[in-house]
Design a protein around this ligand. Structure first.
Ligand SMILES: C[S@@+](CC[C@H](N)C(=O)[O-])C[C@H]1O[C@@H](n2cnc3c(N)ncnc32)[C@H](O)[C@@H]1O
Ligand code: SF4
Length: 470
């Protein structure tokens, strides 16, 4: 897209907002990696329920997506809101891997070999906390127990600070084709405040090595809204990233959740907020679009030929716990402490602390801590929310045909509530569809929230459950 492209100039115009507008829309809300979201799930859902869901999925012979959680990191980045265990001493890895293998073995018993694994993702924490040998061992163990599709997408999250050339070589040899790496921000003052010193050269060299070894797709994570960031500093980071030509970029909004992560309080006084944070995002967004990246939505950018961009155009894009995905229809089996599984009719999460996860795997082979069975209404709303987040348009006819409802009647209260975002320029409403504008795509979580009836109850919770939408 060039500067003279009408949609870029149109975007520049649309993305000018007032303080009052921000105050209205910048409020706590979920990121919708699932609907209903995790706080709605319940503890009554246990291992027996998950076993039934596994059997149901196997009978349906759905494609398989595997997720493996490696929770460890060597040091704590102070902004981090992930489920991590900080442990400099690597001796924690072997016992963890032993239990994980038990879980993999048990899960594989419920997945017949006729079902192809189309996606295998290692997340964390930091999976390259493991040595290349440990990675090789874990991979071989898994591969023996499942049938991997020839074209399977094999992805892993790597931290450039702890990922060596030897790591990359082993990963490539095993068939990993996607790398996702954390960068966040290159400015020294920002890096110091978040306790993550990662010079530009380190990231540059890792990307160069990965390219040389033939990884198909490289993603970089950035965060806007970190302490000491401003428009000029972050614009520099974005320029540096653009010069490295990653295939995808995740530009996350910094999630400030000090009631969950106390260490975030250490830099609370230096956080850009409100209009200042929005301007940092707006500048970065325009830089990426001007450099030719497509804005996929909810913080994600991809090169025009990238699968994500193509899939969005074809309206086949989906969203799951790892964010956007092109693998629609696959059931997700999560393994490891805190890992989440997602099936057509249910979600399940493993215990979030090591001892409970470990004991449960020893006793039962699975370690479900909570989960959820979707109701008929949940299915309808999930389909609407997914279309908003992935396609930025909801054709009413599609929902009517899929669920045998009359959209306008079923969602009469929601359509009424959409009147304010319509007046504010976030959506175009017609007889046939709801369509997000450019501004609406930026505040897409707010649009999805209109269709989420659980939020009202959650807002009564003592502590806020979600970070703000900006
Ligand atoms: C599991 S980490 C990525 C892999 C590796 N551990 C690393 O940091 O390089 C996943 C990503 O979540 C994002 N993240 C973590 N905490 C966040 C927060 N509080 N707000 C926004 N994004 C956050 C970061 O961009 C981070 O790169
Ligand atoms: S950002 Fe990555 S490396 Fe840092 S603590 Fe979080 S998961 Fe670990």
């Amino acid at each position: 897209m060039s500067v003279s492209d009408p949609s870029l100039s149109q975007m520049r115009e649309e993305l000018r907002v007032s303080e009052e507008f921000l105050a209205r829309y910048n409020r706590p809300g979920p990121r919708y990696t699932s609907y209903p979201t995790a706080p709605v799930w319940n503890d009554a859902f246990g291992v027996d329920d998950l076993e039934k869901i596994h059997a149901e999925a196997d009978a349906a012979q759905t494609p398989v997506s595997l997720y493996m959680h490696i929770p460890f990191c060597e040091s704590l980045c102070l902004f981090c809101a992930c489920n991590v265990i900080i442990q400099k001493d690597k001796k924690v890895a072997p016992p963890y891997l032993d239990v994980l293998k038990k879980e993999i073995d048990r899960v594989s018993l419920g997945v017949s070999r006729s079902r192809p694994v189309v996606q295998f993702h290692w997340g964390g924490g930091t999976p390259t906390y493991l040595t290349p040998e440990q990675i090789e061992g874990l991979f071989a163990f898994t591969r023996e127990r499942f049938t991997f599709a020839q074209e399977a997408e094999l992805g892993i999250e790597v931290d450039p600070r702890v990922t060596s050339r030897a790591h990359l070589e082993v990963l490539r040899k095993l068939g990993f084709n996607r790398l996702s790496m954390g960068v966040q921000d290159f400015h020294p003052e920002v890096q110091k405040a978040i306790h993550r010193i990662q010079p530009y050269e380190l990231t540059r060299d890792l990307i160069a090595n990965a390219r040389e070894l033939g990884f198909d797709s490289i993603n970089v994570d950035l965060i806007y809204g970190l302490p000491h960031q401003d428009v000029v500093r972050f614009a520099n980071t974005v320029d540096q990233i653009i010069s490295l030509h990653p295939d995808r970029i995740a530009l996350f909004s910094y999630a400030h959740v000090p009631w969950l992560k106390k260490q975030q309080g250490s830099f609370a006084a230096f956080l850009p907020e409100g209009m200042q944070k929005f301007e940092i995002f707006r500048t970065g967004l325009l830089q990426f679009v001007e450099a030719g990246y497509r804005y996929i939505g909810m913080d994600h950018f991809a090169k025009p030929g990238d699968e994500l961009a193509v899939s969005q155009e074809k309206r086949t894009l989906h969203r799951n716990f790892q964010g956007y995905t092109t693998k629609a229809g696959a059931d997700l089996y999560g393994m490891g402490v805190t890992a989440i599984s997602g099936f057509r009719n249910a979600y399940a999460q493993n215990h979030r602390d090591l001892p409970n996860w470990q004991n449960s795997i020893h006793d039962r082979g699975l370690a479900t801590m909570r989960g959820y069975h979707l109701s008929a209404d949940d299915h309808i709303r999930r389909a609407v929310i997914s279309r908003i987040l992935c396609h930025t348009v909801v054709p009413k006819k599609e929902i009517n045909a899929e669920f045998g409802i009359d959209f306008d009647t079923y969602f009469a209260p929601e359509l009424e509530r959409l009147d304010i975002p319509r007046t504010d320029g976030l959506i175009l409403l017609s007889r046939d569809e709801i369509r997000a504008t450019w501004l609406g795509r930026i505040f897409i979580r707010n649009l999805a929230m209109v269709f989420d009836p659980y939020l009202e109850k959650q807002h009564l919770a003592e502590k806020p459950l979600f970070s703000k939408t900006l």
